[in-house]
Design a protein around this ligand. Sequence first.
Ligand SMILES: [Zn+2]
Length: 859
Amino acid sequence: MKNQYRSYQESLDFLYGMEKRYPDLIEIVKIGTTWEGRDIVLAKISKDVEQADTKPALLYTGTIHAREWIGHELALAFIEHITTHKDVDPVLEKALEESALYMVPCLNPDGYEYSRRHFSFWRKNRRKNHDGTYGVDLNRNFSIGFKKIKDTTSNVYGGEEPFSEAETRAIKAFVDTHENITIALDYHSQGNVFFPAHKFKHEAEIDGTDMNVIAANMNDEFEKVTGRKYGIHRGKPPAALISGSGREYYYSRGIKALVVEVGTKNIPDYMKSMSSSIHENIPALIRTFSEVVNFSEYAPRRVDEFRVEAVEPTSVTLVWKYEKRDDIFFEIYRSTKDKDACNERTKVGMAGGHTFTDTDLESSTNYHYTIRAVSKKSGYKSAFAPVVKARTALAEDEFFRFLFASKEGTGYVGQYTQETNRSHFGLNSLFVGINKHKGVCDAVVSFDLSSIPENAVIKSARFYLYPMNRVGAKIEKFGQWDLSLLEPESFSEISDFDEIEHAKAKGIIGQAIKSRQLTQGIWNFWEFSQRECELLQEEIVNRQAVFRIDGPKYLPDGEESQMMQFDIGYGKFGGGIHYRPMLDVKYTIEEKKEKLPATTCASIAKEGAKEGVLKSGFDTNGQKVYGYLNFDLSQLPDHESHVITQCALRIKNRNSFKKRSDIRFYVELAEVDEVGTYEDIRNREKIEYIGYEVAESDLVRKEYQYFNFDTLSKQVLDQMHQEGKTLKLVIKPTSALGAKKRITEWEEGAELIVKYIPKRRTAPAPVESVRISKEKGMIKLTWNRVEDDAIKGYYVVRNSFHPPKHFMDGVKLYGGKDTWTYDNFASFDKEKFYAVFSYDDVPNFSEAAMVRYDPLEKY
Ligand SMILES: [Zn+2]
């Protein structure tokens, strides 16, 4: 298969040939000479290419690692594509006009040729080291975080000192003299994953969202072509940070820099896999090229202090800061998914002012938002505000639980690792799939359901899992990963491979993840269908739910591994509580019913009111006769700890007429004096109609008439209940044609049917006195216990950009009953904000108790 790839000389011939054919578009520049004397070349591409350096630019580097051939091949294919599509594709045409491309197809020509001719899996360059060994890992030879290691035979030997190599010096010199570069993509293989720059800190940078979005927007293009999605691995603390990489150097120069790891093998089957990697990357490159200008000096500046102002069950209100300008508007993006694209698919609104309310959302659901400013004149867009997370409020009858996988009940079992399977529980990560050493591996994830009441009715559920590494999934388009809820009777020992592998699935949950959709660094969730929610609900009485995740069960000939690794959030290599498998369950509970009899019934006619009889219609003079009812709401259960979910008036008529007229009856929620005068009732303050009107004809057909309270009426009822008022209803007749002597009498025993559930309405008191200290090299937070029996625990989040007002707006650090927590991954030298919330069993969250960490202060 190697023959299908181009040699370095063929590549040079191609590039110089293109320059000759398209002199206004392409210029080939020699930027250095390798140890073995080869030219390192860069292609400048832009409309009127001599103007290239005056435009914002995208830097593309390929094959810095000798064996990673994608970078080289993709560059050549992309250049070819540009020449054939520059007059066809308006996005490309516009990008070529306003921006420039700097492409180094192969930054390691010596290593590449060595890999082509002799040793396929050679990685470094071909310098002869002082001790006679060969090669420096060029991607460890840049200055940022450079580490000198002794072993010159190591595959990651970074050289004697930063920039000791001709190749890294060449690219450094170019980058240092081209401040017009705004985005850099460094192409590698393999893993189908992006690694945006991270500055060696575990915390989010202000432009972290920019880089995630660049990657996510490329993902949308991949998906269109091949159905594939790459991971975006940033935001989670990496166990080992890469020293001396090109990416971090470019980032240190103010460039948004990302490594793109393509494919599942370094030198894959060209026709089957390499070609598809190229096909999916070309539109993605065009997309990124078109964004270059938006990160340049010509673009409007980023929005400040973008945050959640308020959440309701079906809406989220966002606010931000920006100077008042008539030539700027704002685009708002929303997704329910982690690290999603910001494009037409996810754009939910535009605003001229500094606030936006996103409506018609699902209750108690997580949403991610970001925003950019757009210039009306140029159309250029700003960089993105850091992503804000919001969770819509619970609807009135709802509760939710975040259930975290239990330590003892969560691990993986391997076919060939039976002796050690027990030790995989509560530790580091889950291996799921198959490889030569471990055989078939299944994950087991257990949740304690005892905090969900037995009469719960589950309305929705999501199972969240964080994929931490997919490098072991080496086969393109092979296998799928399924989540099953296990039948508890069908196994007895969770650490026994055979028992788990053969345990009976009560149900397979949601959609399987196909191998091409396996991403690392992006939260994945399986969404339960209604039927699957019922299956989970059945497990509440057992107080536990055990899930299995399993992948492919065999390997094609000659293949070694199709294994996926998910985080468990426990153990030294687990990412902590923020990365623990989680079950997000929304439920309601069975309603109780109360029937309230009317306290007073009356009929109010022109000639006077009459208590004890309920009539309405038209009298002999054609004057209206009103029915009046009231209900004593104090018989309902306590307002503070109960919520009314439904309410209806049920009445029955005593008489009906054979010959029907057009009379219809309305029930009104009204404000009137107790059984007042005819004038009073005619001047009543109408609040809302209850349900739909009833026609005379209905009186014959139906035994009872039901008038259902709508949302507003229910709110009024609720308010009256709280204030200890009496509910007053008026039955009013209408007739379009005019009527006389048509009085309907209603039976006594009219009832108000109220359905309700026990649920606390108000949040507990906020936490007081949050204090910061430093302990064991970590930031520690301590707060005072809130004395309130309703409190179930405290929830702590960190936000690197603004004080979190909402419990979802940041990285979760703690949830539980303690009054302290460590922030394991926070650096001492960066400002940040913490918020502690107390919560009850609904949960209702208190106001945030905020504290700011100041790097200059002594703690
Ligand atoms: Zn590489």
